[in-house]
Design a protein around this ligand. Structure first.
Ligand code: SF4
Ligand code: FES
Length: 809
């Protein structure tokens, strides 16, 4: 469809908005209320333009100008809001005339009537849409000689977000966002006219995705509490990278200033996270500036760990390693290490002559399903079956499922990028709940949006899938095993089978059992669905794909720490949190720990080497859909911390050899040979690269096969850093032991009591969280890198109350 914007003709698809035509033609028009991926509502009236269009007569012929013979353009009687106007053939849009400029000028003046203009002290200053638009389209003069409206300037919407009510221009982006994107209606306009303000019913914003409103607020009304008053926008270094918080590969922008991360904002990736991130990713960065961070190598001398230069620490390790034959040495890295770090770990293991190399956490089953779904496929799926708590495990997947429920396909990109006003999106759209079935052993948040829900027993994933396979094959199954009625199960299996783009999403609960994972794969085949498997960490997929795996099942991480390795090098893992393992590790002849903090394992080590956080390294990760994505280092002062490639470089220097993977470049040279792809050329959007699928071996020691009434559950917030993230800690109150009100009563526990309880033999300090989301008799504790999601053994009889909840009289 051809339209003309000022003097430029553009050809765009029918249904495109006029505002997008303006931008596609290379012109600009101011706007406040429109926002990518949200419904246009025409609230701010800022995007006004003069619009005209040709008309047809009754016979269906274009009305032509008598003199020129061209189609006559009939101007609309008033200026139109371009964000809510759809293009029509031959439309003519004028954004440059005096009439339009006058209107824009007037709207800016109206918008500023009650705005405090406190830009010099506003965190949004320098990155404020109102500031920019006032400069570009305003008159430059103020006629406000009266007292402006005064409202609350420091209203804590939650512990993470502060609202300045005076600055709000009532664009409604934040209110619409909650209803349209996560589907959590937790914010609304209160009062009328000039008194309107944004508010919640009660304190706090019960949603996993609250921080996105600080990105989309066009003014400084909604601010990230972790970065408030910490810097001006022009002082930040902005680094576009990928979050290593979970397996989604969500795009982020890391804003650092004077060597410290001040805030994380959502990056734009149209095929992964669009422009949204969860609160765990956004607010979970404060640990990187924790004063207890290890920034120099530590070597044990006379029983004490003392700071030494890198060459001394590396020389010590190299010298001591000579005492061991290769097979006695173990190397293990964490599953959020980059591919380049994986190459370095493999090369180090090869140099040492050991097959004891692994990444953890790692489940027995593969995270690479045979029929892999992508996040884009999930977003347009017509039948989705979820097993587990995806909203906590990989929250980006939760939002892509909600895209599918809206039933609007992702918009095609225009010359200027994502459409500013996608006219297919509406406020309060009906959701296609019937296409979603969610199954879990307890009530998970996504169930609110599902047409079918199933609550099966703890550890019942295998029997659930077996039951569903039986139904798919025309048989029947026990309703207790299914956790739903037989009729509901049959109806959903039929829906999956009839669907053209069915997707099955499974996470840690299924991965924690080989039999369950196999059954899930068989069921997917039976109904013709693709699979999305949520790996336990950011690069579980990539490390498995390049083979950071033991050469034999009895050489895996669990076996290494159980005594299989006499000398152990471990990166960012803390097996000694388990006292039984700590006892064994205390006997290790050589324990080298690469970490950011003095963990229980680091305290036992002979050498502790400072590690970089995920924000401080360059590299590549492969997300849960198999997409290779570039991780970029932000300019953060991490002392002498290195990633695993740096660690291998230092050890190589001490050995006097050049080990492959001694730098990111060297690791990429090696990966180019195995993958046939040059990762140096990877753009921010990433790319899919064909990968071999491996059968992963896992030892018996790694999976004790606990079956009981307790679960380690995935959490959006990284639990290992929670106590070092003060804002998230204030919001959550601490790692939670969740249990049903009846169980709390039986054990005389109250909400917010602090307790110590043994989880799989490991004492953990937790906060009691009483909720009827847990079935009676079932408790949950947060998963950790060394204790990933799955059935657990929680010793409730040995629970010790450390501190009772403070009762305010
Ligand atoms: S708080 Fe910000 S996003 Fe929300 S309505 Fe006000 S200006 Fe718009
Ligand atoms: S009316 Fe607000 S952007 Fe169009």
């Amino acid at each position: 469809m051809k339209v003309t914007v000022n003097d430029v003709e553009v050809d765009l698809a029918p249904g495109t908005s006029a505002i997008d035509a303006v931008f596609a033609a290379g012109y600009d028009v101011p706007y406040f209320c429109s926002q990518e991926y949200m419904s246009p509502v025409g609230a701010c009236r800022m995007c006004l333009a003069k619009v005209g269009a040709p008309r047809k007569d009754r016979d269906g012929n274009w009305i032509l100008d008598d003199e020129t013979g061209e189609r006559t353009i009939f101007a609309f009687p008033a200026l139109l809001a371009t964000c809510t106007s759809a293009l029509s053939e031959g439309m003519v849009i004028d954004t440059l005339s005096e009439e339009v400029k006058h209107a824009q000028n007037g709207m800016i003046e109206f918008t500023l009537i009650n705005h405090p203009l406190d830009c010099p002290v506003c965190d949004k200053g320098g990155a404020c849409e109102l500031q920019d638009r006032s400069y570009e389209y305003g008159s430059g003069r103020s006629r406000f000689e009266f007292t402006k409206r005064h409202q609350e300037k420091h209203h804590p919407l939650s512990d993470l977000i502060t609202l300045d009510r005076e600055r709000c221009i009532h664009c409604k982006r934040c209110v619409r966002y909650f209803e349209e994107v996560p589907g959590d209606e937790v914010l609304d306009f209160i009062d009328r006219g000039g008194h309107t303000y944004i508010g919640t019913v009660e304190h706090g914003l019960p949603s996993n995705f609250t921080g996105n409103i600080t990105d989309i607020c066009p003014v400084g009304a909604l601010l990230d509490a972790t970065s408030r008053f910490r810097g001006r926008n022009w002082e930040y270094d902005h680094t576009a990278s990928v979050s290593l918080d979970d397996a989604s590969g969500s795009a982020v922008v890391v804003d650092a200033r004077t060597g410290r991360i001040e805030r994380i904002k959502a990056g734009l990736h149209p095929e992964v996270n669009k422009s949204w991130i969860d609160d765990g990713i956004r607010f979970g960065h404060e640990y990187t500036a924790d004063p207890e961070r290890i920034t120099r190598p530590l070597l044990r001398k006379d029983g004490e760990l003392v700071e030494v230069p890198w060459p001394e620490a590396a020389a010590f390790v190299a010298e001591r390693l000579k005492e061991f034959s290769g097979k006695d040495v173990g190397v293990c890295i964490r599953a959020d290490a980059t591919l380049e770090e994986g190459v370095a770990a493999l090369a180090l293991a090869e140099h040492l002559g050991t097959g004891q190399v692994d990444h953890a956490p790692r489940y027995g089953p593969t995270v690479m399903p045979p029929a892999q779904a992508t996040l884009q496929e999930l977003a347009v799926s017509d039948a989705i079956f979820v097993v587990g708590d995806v909203s906590e495990e990989v929250p980006a997947v939760d939002l892509r499922i909600k895209d599918a429920l809206r039933g609007v396909t992702p918009p095609p990109l225009l010359p200027h990028g994502v459409p500013i006003a996608d006219l297919r999106l509406k406020e309060r759209m009906p959701r296609k709940r019937e296409i979603l079935c969610v199954a879990a052993p307890y009530r998970v948040d996504l169930m609110r949006h599902a047409g079918t829900v199933a609550r099966y027993d703890v550890g019942g994933e295998e029997t659930l899938f077996r039951g569903l396979i039986a139904i798919a094959e025309g048989g029947s199954a026990d309703e207790r095993v299914l956790g739903m009625t037989l009729a509901a199960a049959k109806a959903f299996v039929d829906r999956l089978r009839a669907a053209k783009k069915a997707v099955i999403v499974t996470g840690g609960f299924v991965l924690s059992s080989q039999a369950a994972a196999d059954a899930a794969e068989r069921f997917a085949r039976a109904v013709g669905a693709r699979q999305l498997v949520l790996g336990p960490m950011a690069n579980a997929y990539g490390l498995e794909a390049i083979g950071v795996l033991p050469s034999h099942a009895r050489y895996d991480y669990a076996s290494m720490v159980a005594g299989g390795a006499k000398a152990l090098l471990i990166s960012n893992l803390d097996p000694a949190a388990d006292p039984a393992v700590a006892e064994r590790l205390a006997e290790s002849r050589l324990l080298v720990v690469h970490d950011m903090f003095m963990t229980a394992t680091a305290r036992l080590a002979h050498v502790v080497l400072p590690a970089k956080s995920g924000f401080e390294k360059d590299g590549t990760v492969v997300n849960l859909e198999g997409r290779f994505m570039p991780v970029r280092a932000a300019p953060v002062d991490a002392g002498e911390a290195v990633d695993v490639t740096g660690l291998v470089r230092e050890l190589g220097l001490a050995f006097g050899v050049r080990i492959e993977g001694r730098s990111v470049r060297s690791a990429r040279r090696s990966l180019r040979k195995t993958l046939g792809t040059d990762l140096e050329e990877l753009t921010g959007l990433g790319a899919f690269v064909a990968l071999p699928r491996r059968r992963v071996a896992v030892s018996v020691a790694a999976r004790p096969g606990v079956r009981g009434r307790a679960l380690r559950v995935p959490t959006m917030v990284r639990q290992e850093y929670l106590l070092r993230n003060p804002h998230l800690l204030a919001t959550l109150g601490g790692p939670a032991l969740r249990l049903h009100p009846d169980d709390a009563r039986t054990r005389a526990l109250s909400h917010d009591d602090e307790v110590t309880v043994r989880v799989d033999g490991v004492p953990r300090r937790l906060r009691v969280y009483v909720t009827d989301a847990m079935p009676s008799g079932v408790v949950s504790v947060p998963a950790l890198p060394d204790a990933p999601a799955g059935p657990a053994d929680v010793d409730l009889d040995g629970i010790v109350v450390e501190r009772r909840r403070l009762e305010v009289a």
